[in-house]
Design a binder for this molecule. Structure first.
Ligand code: PLP
Length: 426
């Protein structure tokens, strides 16, 4: 049979760079042909050959209810009939803002945007505008979207300013970005000792999902908060992935830390382009039209996207939602660990709420460098083995995984059985 994915990939590559609109979709790290998805329902999606997969990426986080949740579909269909976009304010934007603020107590005001990149970029500008400072701190392995100042890796030496990770980003644009190792207290202390009076903000994924799944240690997260307070810098939690994913109150709820600014995305749009950033009133009122920090968006607060987000938030706010989701995710992680142990494979895994990560090593990594010591060939064999067996995990070893409310015990058991079969052939 002709592989329809191959045919589509060839067509795509003729008109879209690499055949994809976001690089990780191209399967470059794992090899092979990306699957072109034609439809999705619940915990599954189907590719161009009509092959079904259990979906553990969930659009990289947003699909926390599974695909096509009836209440969300209904809300979106109703909204579409009322118009797609007005470029004028709506009541639904207030409702969504109120819903977000009720769930994230550190935020007193919020502004809606269309992507996580836009939200992180805007939060950064706001932090610089509100503090009148230039320097920003970020950590190796944390991803905050692709704004120029954030496409940066550590330079040589400790607590130094970074080097661009992308062509097209002049070194001057990242000269105020300090890149530190995640969970490295000594580097953190040093950076604030050296540059504290110039630091506008520290931005962090407090549970990182872009270097697989790595938690900030409680001591590290606490020290980030203390040093920001002490030096007059703003602490920004990028919760685009963790917000409404690791729990109803995000990573800040899990860690018990109050950031100054919070960046949200993914789940708050329920699969539609929607993101947000927010924090205390005094800081948020620095934004245009009230204050001097400019920020805008033609499709911001889009009426269809806000309907989708609101319906999603309503479902995940129901009592017991996260307990059930966390239990399900833990059963996957425990099942995979047991399967690896039974086959004598080096393996470890961790999860919080509906987000998980696994590692082909015995320890849980604390930083990006350790994650990247993963054996590529072993990961790729596991990825393709699962894919062949109808299980779709992230096609790169540095990405987290996601379980939705629609995944059944049978789905989890089938996934664990598939993994064990692959492990047994090593
Ligand atoms: C996905 C992600 C972003 C970027 O969001 P986009 O909507 O892809 O622009 C930013 N920060 C984190 C933590 C993310 O996971």
């Amino acid at each position: 049979m002709t592989d329809q994915n191959d045919i589509l990939f060839e067509r795509a590559r003729a008109v879209i760079p690499g055949g994809v609109n976001s690089p990780v979709r191209a399967f470059k790290a794992v090899g092979g042909t990306p699957r072109f998805i034609q439809r999705a329902q619940g915990a599954y999606f189907w590719d161009a050959n009509d092959k079904r997969y259990i979906d553990y990426i969930g659009s990289w986080g947003p699909m926390i209810l599974g695909h096509g949740h009836p209440a969300v579909v209904e809300a979106v269909q109703k909204a579409v009939l009322e118009g797609f976009s007005y470029g004028a304010p709506t009541e639904r934007e207030i409702e969504l803002a109120e819903a977000i603020l009720a769930l994230v107590p550190s935020m007193e005001m919020v502004r809606l945007v269309s992507s996580g990149t836009e939200a992180a970029m805007s939060a950064l500008r706001l932090a610089r505008g509100a503090t009148g400072r230039k320097s920003i701190v970020k950590f190796e392995g944390c991803y905050h979207g692709h704004a120029d100042a954030l496409l940066v890796k550590a330079g040589s030496g400790l607590a130094t300013f970074g080097n661009p990770t992308s062509a097209g980003v002049p070194p001057e644009v990242v000269q105020h970005t300090i890149v530190l190792e995640y969970n490295n207290l000594q580097q953190l202390e040093e950076a604030f000792a050296l540059h504290g009076k110039d630091i506008a903000c520290l931005m962090i994924e407090a549970i990182a999902g872009n270097m697989n799944f790595v938690r900030a240690t409680p001591a590290f997260a606490k020290r980030c908060r203390e040093l920001c307070t002490q030096h007059g810098a703003l602490l920004i939690f990028d919760e685009v992935m963790t917000g409404f994913r690791v729990g109803l109150h995000g990573a800040q709820g899990v860690l018990g830390i109050t950031p100054d600014l919070t960046v949200l995305g993914k789940v708050i749009g329920g699969g539609m382009p929607l993101a947000a950033f927010g924090g205390p009133r005094a800081i948020m009122e620095q934004l245009a039209p009230l204050g001097p920090v400019y920020q805008a968006g033609t499709l911001s607060g889009n009426p269809v996207a806000t309907a989708c987000g609101l319906a999603t938030l309503k479902e995940i706010s129901k009592p017991g939602f996260y307990e059930a989701l966390a239990k399900k995710t833990r059963s996957l992680v425990d099942g995979l660990k047991a399967a690896a142990a039974a086959e004598d494979q080096p393996f470890n895994a961790d999860s919080e709420g509906g987000m998980f990560g696994f590692f082909l090593m015995n320890e849980l990594p604390q930083n990006y460098a350790t994650v990247m010591t993963t054996d590529n060939a072993q990961f790729n064999a596991l990825f393709h083995g699962l894919l062949d067996r109808g299980v779709y995990i992230a096609p790169a070893l540095y990405e987290a995984g996601f379980v939705s409310a629609a995944h059944s015990d049978e789905d989890i058991a089938a996934t664990v059985a598939a993994a064990r079969e692959i492990f047994s052939k090593r």
